[in-house]
Design a protein around this ligand. Structure first.
Ligand SMILES: Cc1cc2nc3c(=O)[nH]c(=O)nc-3n(C[C@H](O)[C@H](O)[C@H](O)COP(=O)(O)OP(=O)(O)OC[C@H]3O[C@@H](n4cnc5c(N)ncnc54)[C@H](O)[C@@H]3O)c2cc1C
Length: 160
């Protein structure tokens, strides 16, 4: 079989690279030593997170978040994506000061995806949380997907 590109590893990175190449009509072969999605890509927490990313990662992480929220348009499956939101909790005043500093820097950079919420909203979102927390950062458009389904969806779409 003739291919322009050889990809080693059929995890998410290999499968996603194969799909992006296929979309550009570039033939590739993926070599997988076990079975595709068998390793880290298929068995992780499944988090789709913008919250608390390093500032240098934000353009990429916001683009990735948009991609996951519309994942069916890329791989024709929903990958069991659920937009549940994610929170970073402040347990005391010192934690809260850090969150305030972060959200202020984000806003100065033009980012709105992290929102500082007080106790009432925090316990509405996470009722089972230990009772001493004072506030939180919330990223409401974060969530999770089912990792093995997602990795398989990228692989199948690349094969089509
Ligand atoms: C939906 C989703 C949500 C995620 N959420 C989280 C999260 O909440 N937290 C988190 O920490 N991470 C998360 N991740 C990331 C995940 O944990 C891994 O970091 C990521 O998927 C790694 O992808 P990979 O393709 O680089 O590696 P892998 O999945 O490990 O794939 C590498 C593949 O290469 C193969 N391989 C290795 N060497 C060779 C060789 N010499 N020849 C042939 N094949 C070889 C292996 O068998 C393996 O299948 C998520 C991933 C997905 C898909």
């Amino acid at each position: 079989m003739k291919a322009d590109v050889l990809i080693i590893g059929g995890g998410l990175m290999g499968s996603c690279t194969a799909l992006q190449l296929a979309m550009r009509n570039i033939a590739c072969i993926v070599i997988e030593k076990d079975s595709a999605g068998r390793h880290a890509s298929g068995v992780n927490a499944g988090g789709l997170r913008q919250l608390n990313r390093h500032f240098s990662e934000l353009p990429l992480t916001l683009a990735a978040s948009r991609m996951w929220r519309e994942i069916h348009t890329l791989v024709d499956r929903d990958c069991d994506v659920k937009i549940s939101g994610q929170v970073r909790v402040a347990e005391n005043a010192a934690d809260l000061a850090l969150l305030e500093k972060r959200v202020s820097k984000l806003q100065n950079m033009g980012y709105q995806h992290e929102e500082l919420v007080g106790r009432k909203e925090l316990y509405r979102l996470v009722p089972a949380l230990a009772p001493h927390c004072v506030a939180a950062l919330v990223s409401r458009s974060d969530g999770f997907a089912r990792p093995f389904h997602a990795t398989t969806a990228f692989r199948r779409e690349a094969e089509n």
